[in-house]
Design a protein around this ligand. Structure first.
Ligand code: SME
Length: 137
């Protein structure tokens, strides 16, 4: 391993890898709790730039996961009331919280342009990714 790589570089590479290797992962990013504030801040990501770099707790799918500490799988974003649209091409979303020492410090967020693409396999896979990420934070 190259210890000179920063955490953000590594996280960015993970995003790029996931986005390029999984056909239905169209936008992959990490959000983290922004210091002591009740909001999320966008970290490294792969895919189209988003205006939503700050998301208050409770708002959108991401903000809800910051509060619930639970995975949130959205098969059809059009059916969600509390949803923040980043791109009109997005059909589905999955958000999996990232825990460090049992504390919800952020999340991985994936958007898909394919309707209803996410299964429990994606949940287990992204939980595994987040466990590994927790180890390098
Ligand atoms: N759709 C998310 C906002 C983040 S974008 O997907 C990158 C939400 O509803 O929280």
């Amino acid at each position: 391993a190259d210890d000179s790589k920063t955490v953000d570089t590594r996280l960015g590479e993970i995003c790029e890898l996931l986005r390029s290797e999984v056909s239905y992962y169209d936008w992959v990013g990490f959000y983290f709790r922004n210091g002591d504030k009740e909001e999320l801040k966008l970290g490294p990501y792969a895919g189209a730039p988003t205006d939503h770099t700050i998301i208050p707790f409770g708002k959108g799918i991401c903000g809800q996961v910051a509060v619930s500490n639970q995975n949130f799988v959205v098969p059809d974003v059009a059916a969600q009331d509390n949803y923040i649209a980043c791109s009109i091409t997005v059909k589905a979303e999955i958000v999996v919280p990232l825990f460090v020492n049992g504390e919800n410090v952020g999340q991985i967020d994936i958007d898909s342009n394919t309707p209803d693409p996410f299964s429990e396999e994606d949940e287990r896979f992204l939980e595994f990714i987040n466990e590994k990420v927790a180890g390098i934070l």
